[in-house]
Design a protein around this ligand. Sequence first.
Ligand SMILES: O=C1O[C@H](COP(=O)(O)O)[C@@H](O)[C@H](O)[C@H]1O
Length: 269
Amino acid sequence: MKTEPKVSIHPDAGLLAASVAARLVTRLVDIQNERGTATVVLTGGTLGIGALRAVAESPALSAVDWSTVDFWWGDERFLPAGHQDRNVVQARTALLDQIGVSAERVHEFGASDSFSTEDEAAADYASRLQQAADKEATAGTPLADPRLPKFDILLLGVGPDAHIASLFPEMAGIRTKGQTVVGVRDAPKPPPERVSLTLEAINSAEEVWLGVAGQDKAGAVGLALAGAGAVQVPAAGARGRRKTLWLIDQEAASQLPGRLIDAGESDAG
Ligand SMILES: O=C1O[C@H](COP(=O)(O)O)[C@@H](O)[C@H](O)[C@H]1O
């Protein structure tokens, strides 16, 4: 099952981050009402971390029971634990350290001072994902992919080159099939060593939300929503099973195909 993208355009990056935060809080409340827990896959990057900061500032913050939310990551920079460039460190500062999350529900990627290579950290993350999936399957949760727990919402940023998570255009990561996590070497954006969910893992999520702001991303957004191929334009390949939502600002929307520029949430199908 794959969904056609919907697009929602916001005046600027600040309002976009606030809107992503408000949607996230509302959706988490709904999911918790439906099934008691919720699972979010976080992203790093400007908007990903900005949206977490906006969640921390939201007046509705305490509407979510954060103690029953599981946090996974779409990718990580393969650096020592505590390094300021690690996505998990930035997420902790922006939000996680300020809310009552359960330590055992924060599933961060292994760091470079615990694993010798990014491939080892990738294998470790894949195995922890598998364990979580097995536990959910035993409890009767229907899974989209038996190797992965149910991802309710998966957040992605998009680079100016259209990369998502740490899947860069034309590189091995975006072409990887048959595994859920991949070690990345020679990434064109520093640091070169990273760990990432694969596209098939990303696309197992119920809802995929792509948050993008800025003129430098306009070309990537335009190509992705015009239907480019995922190997050349990784963002084009990200599709949730029930929803694919592009949350973008006006600058990032400036090269969208004309039919998508109308106000409101429009179909990009
Ligand atoms: O390095 C990364 O970049 C992307 C996009 O970041 P942005 O600053 O251009 O928004 C991000 O989604 C990813 O998680 C991160 O590791």
